[in-house]
Design a protein around this ligand. Structure first.
Ligand code: BGC
Length: 457
């Protein structure tokens, strides 16, 4: 209790939030880098289309495994320790993939990296959400998405810079640097107070809370966490308890809809779509960088508004933007003549629609989903339940990324993008029907409300 005082220490908080979120950067970099690297891996290692698919999507398969394991592990080992383990796997994966002598070894290390990506997708938002004070919890937890987008953009920039040298091994290997920074930085960061209380380490939890709260706030929070704790059974059995079901439904729905609305048809394939509507390779890569920058900037907008406007209005506004851009893209591809150059109407409309889509996603669904997952789920099963939702998130990502090129080829962009617009409409119904606001309420209040509703219902 030596650190107790009446004013929180804000400079050390910045470190906690930075290192807590840094795993997101590796998630973004490792998933984003392959779009450029694959061009050179293909010719260097002589990939067949099947092997090409495996190199690209191996990370998604690994991420499904990582998410499934990270849930229970984060509950038993602790949030901080699991981030450290993920940092080691990120480092090993980066070196292994960079030095891979053949495609089998490369695929293996892409799967290994996937485990770390899947684990980070779960543990980073969980850590941030549990460590942040209520009033800024949305903004702090959204730092995860900010880091993801910065990671994706860094990958695009590294790809563009190293493309003339065809240096794919450096592209994938450079991920070692942030992985080591994460490992060293996280070593000095605290465990979350909620996990500590769940392991009966109340004094340790108080110490952590005193770094970011006043004495009074810290005491109140420990009391609230303990009270919620004492009511729960915990364990996997609780995952199927009827009072938990509405929360699980919201978590799974948000995690899956965020993928099946088609975000990664843009993040992974925008250059392909743009070359199909008449852009040259250079122009497409440049436009891709613009998309990467928009993705980062609009996430900053979300961070500013998430604790003021709230989560649910952002989800709704984002869907309007995404549905509008997807339907415009779909309809214009169906009715306008096929483009031959970047100045043809369809080519201009396509670029504008991709920009509106990414803007709408980045300012809303990108961060909000990661912020809300830990918020809606009860403490004792938070890790395990997030594991279920995030496993399905990666499975959905895998299905979309595998089917998009096939659908584009067989159905054409018009039908494909209208299909995603339809998914957006379904997401809107889902949000309006099932999602409740979490802004401004402590995690314990949200949980008490969930229990109350099940008793009342
Ligand atoms: C999604 C990723 C996506 C990224 C784009 C994340 O929230 O989970 O699949 O590539 O946002 O910024």
């Amino acid at each position: 209790m030596s650190t107790a005082n009446s004013t929180p220490n804000t400079s050390s908080n910045a470190f906690v939030y930075f290192f807590g979120a840094l795993g997101g950067l590796l998630f973004g970099y490792d998933t984003g880098v392959i779009s450029g690297a694959i061009l050179f891996i293909e010719s260097d290692l002589g990939l067949t289309p099947f092997l090409n698919g495996l190199v690209v999507s191996g990370i998604l398969l690994g991420a499904m495994g990582g998410a499934a394991l990270a849930g229970p592990l984060s509950d038993s080992l602790g949030r901080r320790r699991l981030i450290l383990i993920a940092a080691v796997i990120f480092s090993v994966g980066a070196v292994g993939a960079a030095l891979a002598p053949n495609v089998a070894v490369l695929v293996m290390f892409r799967i290994v990296l996937g485990f770390a990506v899947g684990a980070a997708a779960l543990i980073v938002p969980l850590y941030l959400s549990e460590i942040a004070p209520t009033r800024i919890r949305g903004a702090v937890a959204a730092l995860n998405q900010l880091m993801i987008t910065v990671g994706i953009l860094s990958a695009y920039v590294v790809n563009a810079a190293l493309a003339p040298y065809e240096a794919w091994r450096w592209m994938v290997g450079l991920a070692l640097i942030p992985a080591l920074v994460l490992l060293v930085g996280m070593y000095f960061m605290p465990e979350t107070p909620r996990w500590l209380v769940s392991k009966n380490r109340d004094d340790d939890a108080r110490d952590v809370l005193h770094q970011t709260r006043t004495d009074e706030e810290a005491e109140r929070e420990v009391r609230e966490i303990k009270e919620i704790e004492s009511r729960e059974e915990g364990g996997l059995r609780e995952l199927t308890a009827s009072w938990v079901r509405p929360a699980l439904l919201v978590a799974v729905g948000l995690a899956v809809f965020q993928q099946i609305i088609g975000i990664n048809t843009i993040i992974y394939y925008a250059p392909t779509t743009l070359t199909e509507v008449g852009y040259g390779n250079q122009a497409a890569i440049l436009a891709n960088l613009v998309i990467g920058v928009l993705n980062v900037l609009m996430t900053l907008v979300a961070i500013r508004f998430i604790d003021r406007i709230g989560r649910k209005p952002l989800l709704t506004i984002g869907l309007f933007g995404m549905i509008a851009s997807l339907s415009t893209l779909g309809i214009s591809s169906l009715v306008l003549p096929a483009p031959g150059s970047p100045t043809d109407p369809v080519a201009i409309i396509t670029l504008a629609c991709l920009a509106v889509f990414i803007t709408s996603f980045a300012a809303t669904w990108g961060p909000v989903v990661w912020v809300m997952l830990p918020e809606v789920l009860p403490l004792k099963i938070r890790g395990a339940a997030m594991g279920v939702a995030i496993f399905l998130h990666w499975a959905a990502n895998f299905v979309v990324s595998q089917t998009f090129p096939v659908f584009l080829d067989s159905l054409g962009p018009g039908v494909v993008f209208l299909g995603y617009a339809f998914v957006g409409a379904a997401a809107l119904v889902f949000v309006r029907t099932f999602v409740t606001e979490t802004k401004g309420r402590s995690l314990e209040e949200i949980e008490a409300d969930l229990r109350g509703r099940s008793v009342a219902g």
